[in-house]
Design a protein around this ligand. Structure first.
Ligand code: MN
Length: 244
């Protein structure tokens, strides 16, 4: 099995090394990731300048850093390495729950795989004040990988880990009831106004959603799809076309 590993925190993030190490027992691993942090890059691709990659040392892995986005990295990785079976994205430092999925470069890396007809799984864990540490997640991560890689039923899954040692795995839906984006004003050292567009968790989360599961101490696994069509409204339109 050929496993391409990417992320949006940049190739030198400890999260990508932890994911690559856990993935190693499932197949041949190659890392292709952005050369700098691309968090919140969403599913953007680089179209106004050329992409380049360079070999870079990440443990014993074949690893390449790219001057582009997570989606660019998956495109380049799939171009240069034939017959990839699955793309793993992460482990992101910070959860990607609910509406954060729209902004997430981590999820976009996995989604780009699905656009190419491959499978994609995104992994995220809560950010803390301390230096990121992924060792506590290792057994749970391996179990999640085992479940998702071997089953083959799931083409796109968004996985989020809880803050503490996980109690188990819950299948969840994306929490979209509230939008949790907020603009926070501030002042720079020159006295000029500036703004941070931040995504803050809203409480309480609805039961069976991704955020709810993580708050309850579970690993959340949300199966996603590419088709954004509003099925209910589409069915309600009744006619195929309007006469003009
Ligand atoms: Mn990130």
């Amino acid at each position: 099995m050929r496993i391409l590993v990417t992320n949006d925190d940049g190739i030198y993030s400890p999260g990508i090394a932890a994911l690559a190490k856990a993935a190693e027992r499932f197949g041949e691993v190659r890392i292709v990731a952005p050369d700098v942090e691309m968090s919140s890059a969403g599913h953007s691709i680089t179209s106004s300048r050329p992409l380049r990659y360079k070999r870079t040392p990440i443990g014993d892995f074949k690893a390449y850093r790219v001057n582009g986005t997570p989606a660019d990295c998956v495109a380049l990785g799939a171009h240069n390495w034939e017959k990839i079976d699955i793309v793993l994205s992460g482990i992101n430092i910070g959860t990607n729950l609910g509406n954060a999925i729209w902004h997430s470069g981590t999820v976009a890396g996995a989604r780009q795989a699905v656009l190419f007809g491959l499978r994609g799984i995104a992994f995220s864990a809560p950010a803390t004040q301390q230096e990121p540490e992924f060792e506590y997640l290792r057994p749970a991560l391996e179990e999640a990988l085992d479940l998702l890689i071997r089953s083959g039923d799931f083409e796109l899954v968004n996985v989020n880990f809880p803050k503490e040692l996980p109690r188990g795995i819950r299948w969840t839906r994306q929490s979209v009831r509230h939008y949790d984006g907020e603009v926070v004003p501030g002042t720079d050292p020159m006295g000029r106004p500036h703004f941070w567009f931040v995504v803050k968790p809203l409480e309480p989360a609805e039961e069976d959603t991704d955020r709810w599961a993580v708050e309850q101490g579970y690993i959340s696994m949300t199966p996603l799809r590419l088709d954004l069509t509003n099925e209910r409204q589409f069915a309600g339109t009744g006619v195929a076309a309007h006469q003009l």
